[in-house]
Design a protein around this ligand. Structure first.
Ligand code: SF4
Length: 115
């Protein structure tokens, strides 16, 4: 269960009753579902989905313990730029490895700069 602290009962209640169309489920869900979708943790998409409606990150930081907030942050997928950079680096490493294989097979130097 999510440990709650701080926020006024009135604000928490009004946030929890808000409704949104869930892109994953294809139907409407209340925020109360999203904040506990992963058991003790909120849904990984909760900030993306709800940020336009209210300051959801501020809210979650207020109601979650620091430990639960840290676990939630570690669960959140990387942003697109980080994912893209990881993909570029992985492709670069694959290309470098292929060049090394070719060099060994042909016993020649590859023009791959490696940088
Ligand atoms: S936060 Fe998760 S459960 Fe809630 S609407 Fe977004 S994707 Fe659906």
């Amino acid at each position: 269960m999510i440990a709650e602290k701080g926020a006024t009962g009135e604000t928490m209640k009004s946030y929890r009753e808000r409704i949104i169309r869930c892109p994953r489920l294809g139907g409407e869900v209340p925020f109360s579902y999203c904040e506990r979708e992963a058991g003790e943790l909120p849904c990984r998409q909760v900030i993306h989905c709800w940020n336009a409606g209210f300051p959801v990150e501020v809210y979650l930081r207020e109601i979650l313990t620091p430990e639960v907030w840290d676990r939630f942050c570690n669960e959140v997928p990387k942003d697109r730029i980080t994912t893209l950079l990881d993909s570029v680096e992985a492709a670069h490493q694959r290309q470098k490895k292929q060049c090394e294989v070719v060099e060994k097979g042909l016993n020649t130097d590859c023009n791959h700069s490696g940088g």
